[in-house]
Write a protein of this length. Structure first.
Length: 438
């Protein structure tokens, strides 16, 4: 197998690291032949797309709770127990209306339905009933990168493994910028691992879609500055510190905190924070509370240690962190030519970007068979504490007629939510080359 990465500091190169994922994540075929599993292929087993409803699925487990919804592992009713598993995101309509987040869910649906990239989670369909919205997506058995990090010795990875994952995230962000999307919510919890070991970005409800294509081409945005996507021209207030950014404050860029308006460079800032956290097992600006964190982001000194838990950190890695975390977005790496500037950095010297994009390269993980009862890298507090009163009937039990109700006033707000692909997703068999889902 050809090498994807060339370690820059050969003299102090660490031993190859295998990320200790559960054994259900291995494959018995040769490396580099990533495939979609039975959980994400052969949509021919589904009913007609225009008649798809939650009644066609049974709930297996609550995988996670987010700010605006829940995600379940579901199984297609009547399908063999070793196939047709999906992740289903469920949103309460009234909750979305009350919290003024209707547009957020519509934006996520639009981005996912139009995205065609191997490192962005696939959405197969979206539908609704009288009370809820549903998004049917591929199930990533590897779970969250955040959980993977938490299970590592010292909660961090060696530099070569970090380079692999950061490079895949970079390719995903490059694609999003080319289609006019600013992701805005990069963090380890939103990076999922496919069972092949490759990443999938998920959760696009905070993303912004613009009318500009190729946001990294500043020849366009500079010649027509009125088109440059400046969002949130309002400083974050103390109230917002507590209400809107709890849990992600450590990843928020200076321009968002200042309310000066921002564009795609916010994603390069968060890429730098993610790189730092994967190397050092912590974020660089964390304070005792959000106010202190924001103050450190704006005025604190960036400390980039020469050593991590895995030994010396290369000069190129530390330099990339420094350039990505420039407080002035106009001086931040990626401001001029976007992802190209970052891909050309010495930290990525030797990366075969084509091999990475096509998933020919082997991910740095221990591989194993899929086990749909192993949820090691999902929210562990949900394993034994699923609130039956809260979650009962989210996925209707078998025997309930799957008749969709007439569209009521609430449903009219979500009339553009339904997504029904015209053709089934093609099946990929063992050993076939991996590619973007069409």
């Amino acid at each position: 197998m050809s090498s994807l990465l060339v370690d820059i500091t050969m003299a102090r190169k660490p031993k190859p690291q295998h990320i200790q994922l559960p054994t259900h994540m291995s494959r018995k075929h040769s490396p580099g032949t990533a495939e979609l599993t039975s959980a994400t292929v052969n949509m021919k087993g589904l009913p007609n797309f225009d008649k798809l409803s939650p009644h066609h699925f049974e709930k297996v487990r609550l995988l996670g709770r987010g700010d605006v919804g829940k995600v379940y592992l579901v199984h297609l009713r009547g399908a063999p127990k070793d196939s047709q598993y999906y992740a289903m995101k469920v949103l309460e309509k009234q909750d979305m209306i009350n919290r003024k987040k209707v547009q957020r869910c519509l934006t996520e649906r639009e981005i996912l339905s139009s995205s065609r990239h191997p490192f962005i989670v696939t959405m197969y369909a979206s539908f609704q009933d009288e009370d809820k919205l549903y998004m049917l997506m591929e199930y990533c058995a590897g779970g969250e990168l955040f959980r993977v990090l938490q299970t590592q010795p010292n909660k961090c990875l060696c530099e070569s493994s970090v380079r692999f994952f950061i490079a895949e995230v970079l390719l995903a962000l490059e694609y999003l910028h080319k289609v006019g999307v600013v992701y805005r919510d990069l963090k380890p919890e939103n990076v999922l691992l496919h069972e092949s070991g490759h990443i999938r970005l998920t959760d696009f409800d905070l993303s912004k879609r613009t009318s500009i294509t190729n946001l990294d081409d500043h020849s366009t945005t500079r010649s027509r500055p009125w088109l440059f996507p400046l969002f949130a021209k309002k400083a974050i207030t103390r109230a917002h510190h507590c209400q809107s950014f709890v849990g992600t404050a450590e990843y928020i860029s200076p321009e968002i905190i200042n309310g000066t308006g921002y564009g795609p460079c916010v994603d390069w800032w968060t890429l730098g924070i993610l790189l730092y956290e994967m190397i050092y097992a912590k974020t660089p600006y964390r304070g005792e509370n959000n106010d202190e964190t924001f103050n450190k982001v704006l005025h604190g000194k960036l400390n980039i240690p020469v050593n991590s838990c895995h030994g010396p950190v290369s000069k190129n890695c530390r330099n990339l962190i420094k350039k990505l975390l420039h407080v002035d977005m106009n001086k931040r790496l990626g401001h001029k030519h976007g992802a190209k500037d970052i891909k050309d950095h010495a930290f990525f010297k030797g990366v075969n970007w084509d091999a990475l994009q096509t998933q020919v390269a082997q991910a740095p993980i221990v591989k194993g068979e899929i086990d749909y009862t192993d949820f090691t890298n999902f929210q562990q507090d949900l394993v034994d504490s699923d609130d039956e009163n809260d979650d009962r009937d989210v996925i209707p039990e078998i025997g309930v007629e799957g008749v969709m109700p007439e569209m009521d006033q609430r449903s009219k707000l979500f009339k553009n939510f339904v997504y029904t692909p015209k053709t089934p997703t093609p099946t990929r068999t063992k050993g076939s080359p991996s590619q973007a889902i069409a």
